[in-house]
Ligand binder design. Sequence first.
Ligand code: NCD
Length: 307
Amino acid sequence: MKEKDLLGLLYLPAEEIEELLNLGLKMKSILKNGEEAPCSLKDRRVITLFYENSTRTRCSFEFAAGRLGAQVVNISAATSSVQKGETLVDTGKTLDAMKTDFIVIRHPMGGAPALLAKTVKAHVVNAGDGMNEHPSQALLDMLTMKEHFGKIEGLKIAILGDIRHSRVAKSNLFGLKKLGAEVTMYAPKTLLPDGLDKMGAKICSSREEAVEGADVVMGLRIQLERQKSGNFPSLKEYAKFYGVNEEIMRHAKPHAIVMHPGPVNRGVELTCGLIDGKQSYIEDQVLSGVAVRMAILTLLNGEERSC
Ligand code: NCD
């Protein structure tokens, strides 16, 4: 990869996305078959610096780095010197002074990883910044699609849910459009930011329209922690009028798959039947997460190294 850091998919060239997905496919097959992974990160130090909660993203970055032979340390803002008033830039300088090679950062403020990247020598990987981007999530979503369908070009992906507060929706839109997919979106107006059509999304006026002929139907979590009240009457009504259920899925292609970045509000964005059903690829996405993060760390570091 040309850049030192992975901050988002908006400016990542299509060829680099393809390269990440191809290496991700190889890593996923290593994980599935229980094969030995390359030691590309031997003697490298990786810090996961999380200012927001996480289960999948943090764990999978840590597993990915560990599988590649790195030494991994986690810092949670709640137990670090951030609580004593240390700035992000000073935290970064401290980690740099320890000869840290990678800082994987999640932060509630959009732009925080970019600020950190400017001030440290370490490679910075954005693990989600506010409502801005979540590039590794979009890459893992694309990895699941590429593995399942053999390609991204020409696929139709319907994204429904809390798009306004979602960094996952934006990174997916940027990445999917670059690789030639069609992206449709639907949400209540209060959960849909302006300007997504200019970024290439087709904004639909009903669930049925968004899902019609889709290969992939992606639900997004209602992010109550980022909302003031009043975006919709109640979760029950959201599920009834905006959620994805078996009836809405009949509009998708018969072979369509259901995806969700997690964590899921069961019965709100998607029915329990869809989450646990045959079309669900939600668990597969989790394994893609470890694989694609192995690819990200490998390519930022340079190239694959065998043990
Ligand atoms: C997403 C996130 O944190 O942006 N989750 C994730 O990384 N798996 C989506 C969400 O929190 O709803």
